[in-house]
Design a protein around this ligand. Structure first.
Ligand code: GLA
Ligand code: ZN
Length: 661
């Protein structure tokens, strides 16, 4: 769904006028300043419940009528949020069941946000009621361009109602308790259930060892959250089905399978908070940009359409270990990066800083001083003007021939399983490491789930694809057969969708990657986990690279060895293989490596697969290159000058400089 009303990129952000209703002068200033900053959209109503229904059944929409009208008169459109991100105190007091119960089975007291029980009938009914009221009143308001359901949904409830719903969900999935026992391998530690009623949601002071159960609870709760989104969507669309809905996604592992959630939304939107300039984890701006880019390419790839940057910080965030202001020029550069990855908007959290409570020091366009004479305001105005100038790009495509798999189910399972290494953050980062290596080859990259359509890609890489869901192996086989290049790494194809290991017998032995030994021409016989300060080495094209963390030991059946190990008892054993299968190529990388090896490997894989590069030059340190709708963005994420050759012309980029060609 495109937002037809607005010809330009969207520029604006979260706006909470309900916090200043007693100060009309501030509200007048807001409109003046928004116009000056080229703001054409604001998100209203996030967490506004007490301002809309201060007492049960007593509604006060007048302030919102007023603001909506005023904004519209001034050429500013509205994304209207449902207030279900937080609830009023009266509701929690009268209906305690709306509050979430923790994994420790203790129900929360009133407070905070996004901590509701999604099984509570009262909570559902209350949200439906207020959503329908909003729909009835505003669905045809000319300012309204989109609904924003709730806000950054995350987490899970563990109350009795949720447990009961979980049991129903399990019954639907497995049919019989015998089938569940089989998939959970429950003879282990005497866990055989005789009925679904015996099943408790996982808990640190209960069950965490049955990994099938743990990941099923995550799936169940994700489904419950999505059913809640569906309920809200239906409620707001009741009076005008044409207004699109979104919800702001924000964390790859927030408890909701975004791949599934995306199917319930008309428009994808993302909140992005890179830790710009934060020295704590030694992250450079390049690394921050790679992290942001990874999430943008993930959200956009869901439906291969532009997405909306719903929130970003215009100056300094308040929730990090160290909170640094954006250095000059970085605000513009990060905005341009967002467009380069296919966003149709640059929006902020927040327009004006609240005077009290936890986010009073969170960056905003307008500070407590109320002044327009600030560096941040000037930066925002500059971005506003630039977005206007680039309007011709709105709605254009960002096409990629290369994809990296980041699969939610796979990550849930890797986080639950125990083996190879204790530190789980490793798995979370893995796809991003491969993504970075590919970006440095200056190609556009999509980030997709294992369930996505593979057919548009020439190269797909699946780092640590531990879980093979029912169709996974077959999809990989068909993709390679038809001419694709597939790169699979260590720790792949080990378990089914319930985290149950694939196993064999004397007559029919089974080796990883499950059911794809013929495609890759290899069998994984052992997997060695290395300590953090240990490494092996592999030689590739006459160059030596470090092998870290994990080393699969292979038996090569009919693949070409591209690299071999140099040390330990597996010296000389193949570390990287390639096999021609059907019309394509299947690569297997046995070990974790530093980025320079992946760079070298992917250069060869891309060339072999005939992937066209955006520009055919060597990676220039800290310079990102992306293509959107025929426009090439070159962006320098270092403070120093960089020079990059684009079609025979030397482009000089100052520190944090960019060009669009
Ligand atoms: C999120 C939320 C906002 C705000 C910001 C602060 O993105 O959606 O309401 O809390 O974080 O960074
Ligand atoms: Zn609950």
């Amino acid at each position: 769904m495109e937002l037809e009303q607005i010809k330009h990129f969207l520029h604006g952000g979260d706006y909470n006028p309900d916090q200043w209703l007693d100060n009309p002068e501030v509200l007048e200033d807001d409109i003046k300043l928004m116009k000056q900053a080229g703001v054409n959209v604001v998100t209203l109503g996030v967490f506004s419940w007490t301002s809309l229904e201060p007492e049960e059944g007593v509604y006060t929409f007048e302030w919102l009528d007023d603001i909506m009208d005023k904004l519209y008169e001034n050429g500013i459109y509205v994304i209207l949020a449902t207030p279900s991100g937080a609830r009023p105190p009266w509701m929690a007091r009268k209906y305690p069941e709306v509050m979430r119960t923790g994994e420790d089975r203790v129900r929360m007291l009133y407070g905070g946000r996004e901590n509701h029980c999604e099984s509570s009938e009262v909570w559902r009914a209350k949200v439906k009621e207020i959503d329908e009221k909003l729909g009835e009143r505003y669905a045809k308001h000319p300012a309204l361009i989109m609904w924003h359901l709730s806000n950054e949904m995350y987490g899970r409830c563990y109350c009795d109602k949720c447990a009961a719903n979980f049991r129903i969900w399990l019954q639907k999935k497995y049919g019989t308790i015998e089938q569940l026992n089989k998939q959970y391998w429950s003879a282990f530690w005497s866990h055989k259930y005789t009925s679904f009623d015996e099943i408790e949601p996982p808990s640190k002071h209960g069950e965490m060892q049955m990994h099938g159960l743990v990941i099923d609870y995550h799936r169940f709760y994700s489904d419950l959250q999505i059913s809640f989104v569906e309920m809200e969507k239906e409620a707001v669309k009741k009076y005008n089905p044409d207004i699109p809905v979104t919800t702001n996604m924000f964390h790859l592992n927030c408890g909701i399978n975004y791949d599934k959630l995306a199917k319930s939304l008309d428009v994808m939107s993302w909140d992005s908070y890179p830790r710009w300039h934060c020295q704590k984890d030694k992250s450079t701006e390049w690394e921050n940009a790679v992290g942001a880019g990874f999430t943008f390419d993930y959200v956009r790839a869901f439906n291969q359409r532009p997405f909306y940057l719903m929130e970003s910080v215009p100056s300094v965030p308040s929730q990090f270990e160290f909170c640094k202001v954006k250095r000059p020029k970085l605000h513009m550069l990060s905005a341009m990066q967002t467009l380069a990855h296919g966003a149709d908007s640059v929006q902020y959290f927040q327009w004006r800083k609240s005077n009290g409570a936890i986010e009073k020091f969170h960056g905003s366009v307008i500070d407590h001083n109320g002044s327009a004479d600030t560096r941040v305001f000037r930066d925002v105005c500059e971005v506003g003007a630039k977005l206007q100038e680039l309007s011709y790009m709105k709605g254009t495509d960002t096409k990629a021939e290369v994809a990296v798999i980041y699969d939610y189910d796979n990550i849930q399972a890797l986080n639950a399983q125990v083996g190879l290494r204790k530190d789980k953050s490793f798995w979370e980062k893995l796809s991003q490491i491969h993504y970075e290596a590919l970006l440095k080859s200056y190609v556009n990259v999509d980030v997709i789930s294992a369930d996505a359509d593979f057919s548009q890609y020439k190269v797909i890489t699946a780092p640590g694809l531990y879980m093979f869901k029912p169709q996974t192996a077959e999809k990989i086989r068909r993709f390679v057969e038809a001419g694709g290049s597939f790169v699979l790494t260590y720790y792949s194809g080990l378990v089914n969708e319930n985290d149950l290991c694939f196993s064999g017998t004397l007559a029919n032995p089974v080796f990883a990657p499950y059911s794809l030994n013929d495609v890759f021409g290899i069998k994984v016989k052992e997997t060695d986990g290395l300590c953090d300060d240990e490494y092996n080495e592999i030689a590739y094209n006459g160059q030596s690279y470090k092998a870290l963390t994990c080393c699969d030991l292979l038996e090569v059946e009919d693949a070409t060895s591209l690299a071999e190990y140099s040390h330990d008892f597996y010296a000389g054993m193949s570390a990287v293989t390639k096999k021609r299968f059907g019309k394509g190529n299947a690569y297997y990388v046995t070990c974790h490596t530093e980025n320079d090896f992946l760079r070298a490997l992917y250069e060869d894989v891309l060339e072999d697969a005939g992937v066209s590069k955006i520009i055919d030059v060597d990676y220039v340190k800290d310079v990102m290159v992306r293509e959107r709708g025929g426009h090439i963005f070159v962006m320098n994420f270092s403070t120093e000058e960089r020079v990059i050759k684009v079609h025979d012309e030397d482009i000089v980029l100052g520190g944090y400089g960019y060009e669009i060609l």
